[in-house]
Design a protein around this ligand. Structure first.
Ligand code: ADP
Length: 263
């Protein structure tokens, strides 16, 4: 329970992100020992996911949020590297298309929720509706303000329907973001990832920080907790997230079914 306890946002705690060090490693060093721990955790996750798929009692929903270049794609690539694609789905949420914007904001989200036995990952999520939507004033204030409670109700409903929810905020520093943008621009294999919009969003860094602080303060619940993951060090980010997923799955009392599936 180590990583869970240390990184979980307590319910109703007013979060000030300046108090959280994005380069923290909880005492771990970037050495062979940490590498071995990560490898072991990824392997364990693979085994647990196999069991989770066979048991089919619950679903696991993982929400990834963070500033641009915080490492959402890298997390999916590394943390889920051992997991069978059969038991795992990834849904990326972009600017809503015309069908999506004709519905309530949770409609497209609900469609992406994994079924029992599956691990579903959200690359961005319904939290964009209190982030980009708030920062760019895409809806009036009273609309986005009401969404924190709507989101809590929605997540409670999912959790009462056998869905375990883990939400990870990948916390990077503004300097680290700049470094990663520069890398993207200078590496032909990464340049495609860079968009001019990223620079425009960077100018609104402080507004995003406030929006993140509010959602972390208001939407970390016992049924759908937020975790603030120090993410300046990619190896530590991967270790922390994979450990939290493994610690969560280990809490379930899972055994392989004794009999074959009914035909
Ligand atoms: P990513 O940065 O996730 O790799 P993109 O560069 O395509 O992918 O960015 C997706 C964009 O969609 C982001 O700018 C994000 O803020 C935006 N987006 C996601 N959800 C919403 C939403 N509900 N309303 C408006 N914009 C959204």
């Amino acid at each position: 329970m180590d990583f869970i306890r240390k990184l979980m946002v307590p319910r109703d705690k007013k979060i000030n992100l300046a108090k959280y060090d994005p380069a923290d490693t909880l005492g771990h060093d970037d050495d062979q020992k940490s590498k071995a721990k990560l490898d072991k955790t990824i392997k364990r996750l693979d085994d647990l996911q196999d069991l989770f798929y066979a048991v089919k009692k619950r679903a696991l929903l993982i929400v990834l949020q963070g500033m641009d270049a915080a490492g959402k794609d890298g997390t999916i690539r590394h943390v889920m590297s051992g997991v069978s694609p059969q038991g795992c789905s990834v849904t990326s949420f972009k600017v809503p298309n015309s069908e999506e914007s004709a519905h309530d904001f949770l409609w497209r989200i609900h469609k992406g929720v994994p079924e029992r036995g599956m691990i579903g990952i959200f690359n961005r999520s319904h939290y964009e509706d209190v982030l980009v939507v708030r920062v760019h004033e895409l809806v009036p204030k009273e609309i986005w303000k009401a969404r924190y409670d709507e989101i809590n109700r929605f997540e409670r409903n999912l959790s009462e329907n056998d869905i375990t929810i883990l939400k990870f905020f990948l916390h990077i520093s503004k300097q680290e973001q700049k470094k990663r943008f520069d890398e993207r621009l200078n590496d032909p294999r990464k340049k495609w990832k860079f968009s001019k919009a990223d620079t425009a969003e960077r100018k609104r860094w402080d507004e995003y920080v406030t929006a993140y602080e509010d959602l972390l303060s208001r939407c970390s619940t016992e049924y759908a907790p937020w975790f603030i993951i120090p993410s300046d060090h990619k190896w530590f980010r991967n270790l922390a997230i994979s450990r939290i997923i493994v610690e969560t799955l280990e809490e379930f009392d899972m055994h392989f079914p004794k009999s074959p599936q009914p035909s």
